[in-house]
Design a protein around this ligand. Structure first.
Ligand SMILES: Cc1cc2nc3c(=O)[nH]c(=O)nc-3n(C[C@H](O)[C@H](O)[C@H](O)COP(=O)(O)O)c2cc1C
Length: 211
């Protein structure tokens, strides 16, 4: 089982990073392989709307996108985290999500059945819009989102304070979310194994087989 967390904050050591690492830490304790992926050191340009992915079966732009796309392809759990910027997820993250959505469709809907959840951090307002926007991304990509004890949102101090450790409720929400992510991802894995077993049985025990 592999979980990745993609962080849309342009700041190293910021609040979003802290909460994403809290989720990943909880998953790692339960034996999940984890990876934190910051967008701050990546170049992922916005979607050009060229529709080149339909022919090429992948995004035709040449930047850091492909490497992140491959990591998403290999993951069972994808957590997206963003600070709220003017009521939205950051454009750093949004550029990635637009391109992933089209490329995933063009290359066989690789996100189908993967499990994930959004995490947003704000000083005061706009959580619901940013959180909701990320939920829409999971939904259109045929992914499974477990609920939690609250929305996975956390609050930060004014003037860019890096004080995530002060929001104790936020930390508890992230840990609880990790537990639910693992429960659902395990159920998805088991159901895939059952599907494979049924397919195998069909192959070996149909009247036409063994001739
Ligand atoms: C450009 C910009 C826009 C922001 N917009 C909002 C906002 O709409 N609502 C809010 O509550 N906080 C807003 N903030 C504050 C950040 O969401 C907050 O500082 C957050 O903790 C930053 O996350 P990070 O530490 O992971 O970078 C904004 C900050 C910046 C720099």
């Amino acid at each position: 089982m592999k979980a990745i967390a993609i962080c849309g904050s342009p700041r190293e050591g910021g609040n979003t990073e802290y909460y994403l690492k809290t989720v990943l830490g909880e998953l790692a304790q339960k034996g999940v392989e984890t990876e934190y992926i910051p967008m701050l050191d990546k170049t992922v340009k916005p979607c050009r709307g060229c529709y080149g992915c339909l022919q090429a079966k992948k995004c035709v732009q040449d930047d850091d996108f492909e490497a992140i796309f491959e990591k998403m392809e290999q993951a069972d759990i994808i957590i997206l985290g963003s600070p709220v910027y003017v009521g939205k997820p950051t454009s750093l993250l949004q550029a990635l999500l637009e391109r992933v959505t089209f490329s995933a469709r063009a290359s066989g809907r690789m996100l189908t059945g993967k499990v994930g959840a959004p995490v947003t951090v704000a000083r005061r307002a706009g959580q619901v819009y940013a959180f909701g926007e990320l939920l829409l991304w999971y939904f259109i990509n045929d992914m499974i989102i477990p609920g939690s004890m609250y929305w996975n949102v956390a609050v930060a101090g004014a003037k860019g304070a890096k004080d995530a450790d002060k929001d104790l409720e936020g930390i508890e929400i992230m840990k609880y979310t990790a537990t639910n992510l693992l429960k659902v991802a395990t159920a998805m894995q088991n159901s895939k194994a059952e599907d494979a077993a049924v397919a195998r049985d069909k192959l070996f025990f149909t009247p036409s087989s063994g001739k």
